[in-house]
Design a protein around this ligand. Structure first.
Ligand code: ZN
Length: 368
């Protein structure tokens, strides 16, 4: 039982600090709504310092520190109180203490900071998963090449095997760290489950050889959304692993929207990177592109166009060699290179259409 005094204490802890601790991306006093029933594109949730509470002005979801933790960690009232007070007292949890005694676990717990904090977990997890096979959604429907998927360590998730993965993870890492990494969530009755259970594939994001982030890809028939790890700040560009490894090589870099389009660009043979969240400012890692001419390839939706226009203007301002290419112009270039025929171009709306046509025209049916 928790007494009233303890509950009151938990309600007094700064809600914005708490949000940071939960990994919620707070800008000033606002963030995106964390209610699962609200797909918030722009930050609609706001923190009020005077009342130490939050409220979403779009869907009305609101509450105090305890409600925030319960939602973010999917836990019960008492655990939320414990989380707030334990963490604020900087105590090590019991499971973490137990883990410290195990030599392997102790080793894995050391040496991590910031974004790389959970790279050991992500690498271990990816190693458990198979590569997509020829029937996989990314190869069959999105027409990505197997070679590109392998080069970038894209893995498939088999739904019937997810529990095995969770068990393997729990053998090596503490539940606490797994939850903090975002990979594991706890159900209402405290059973751990895989955060990416609805996904068919995972795309790792690398930074200097370490996996710092994972993005889950859902089958279009379920929901065409990508599933981003909760609690971890998103890198704004997706640099595929192959590019990360040969970043000094010369050439043109194509900037596309999202990880799958980036992999589509690589499948065509273009050096490609992706803008991940078109709504977020995209400029903080721009230095990495310094020596390359940049070509922005436009999608037709509003968020994509807005982000590209901003990026285009910004790159011009800071004297980058930047140009922009519509999907139609890209298709025309591919005709010149003999990859597609001109009668097919009227069907093209996006990268997926281009890959479908290229795939159809290859006799073996699969892009190699
Ligand atoms: Zn909301």
């Amino acid at each position: 039982m928790v007494d009233q005094q303890t509950i009151e204490k938990a309600k007094q802890i700064s809600i914005i600090e708490l949000a940071y601790r939960l990994g919620i991306e707070v800008k000033g006093t606002v963030c995106r709504c964390i209610s699962p029933s609200h797909e918030d594109k722009n930050p609609s949730m706001s923190f009020k310092i005077e009342t130490n509470a939050f409220k979403c002005f779009s869907c009305g979801f609101h509450g105090d520190t305890i409600a925030l933790v319960r939602q973010a960690r999917n836990c019960e009232f008492i655990e939320a109180v414990e989380f707030i007070l334990n963490e604020s007292l900087n105590q090590t949890s019991a499971s973490e203490q137990k883990a410290q005694k195990h030599p392997l676990k102790r080793n894995l717990n050391d040496s991590k900071e910031k974004g790389e904090k959970y790279s050991d977990i992500y690498s271990y997890f990816l190693d458990l998963l198979p590569f997509p096979d020829e029937d996989h959604y990314l190869i069959k429907d999105r027409c990505l090449s197997i070679k590109v998927l392998k080069e970038n360590n894209i893995k498939a998730i088999k739904k019937e095997k997810t529990w095995d993965c969770v068990k393997s993870l729990l053998n090596i890492f503490t539940e606490d760290r797994l939850c903090k990494s975002g990979l594991i969530s706890l159900s209402k009755n405290q059973k751990p489950y895989l955060f990416f259970f609805k996904c068919v594939a995972l795309i790792p994001f690398y930074d200097q050889g370490q996996i710092i982030y994972l993005q889950g890809i859902c089958d279009k028939r379920d929901s065409n959304k990508a599933s981003n790890l909760m609690g971890i700040k998103k890198p704004v560009f997706y640099y595929p692993k192959v590019l990360e490894e040969r970043s000094s090589k010369e050439g043109v870099i194509h900037v596309l929207e999202g990880a799958i389009d980036t992999l589509s660009g690589l499948t065509i043979g273009y050096m490609s990177i992706g803008i991940i969240d078109a709504g977020v400012r995209v400029f903080n890692e721009i230095d990495r592109l310094k020596n390359f001419p940049i070509v922005l390839i436009g999608d037709f939706d509003k968020a994509g166009l807005d982000a590209k226009i901003r990026l285009y203007k910004y790159l011009q301002e800071i004297k980058f060699d930047v140009s922009s290419l519509s999907i139609i112009k890209l298709a025309n270039k591919l005709i010149e290179h003999g990859l597609i025929k001109s009668e097919d171009t009227n069907k093209i709306k996006d990268m997926n259409d281009i890959l479908k046509i290229i795939k159809k025209e290859k006799s073996n049916g699969t892009l190699k």
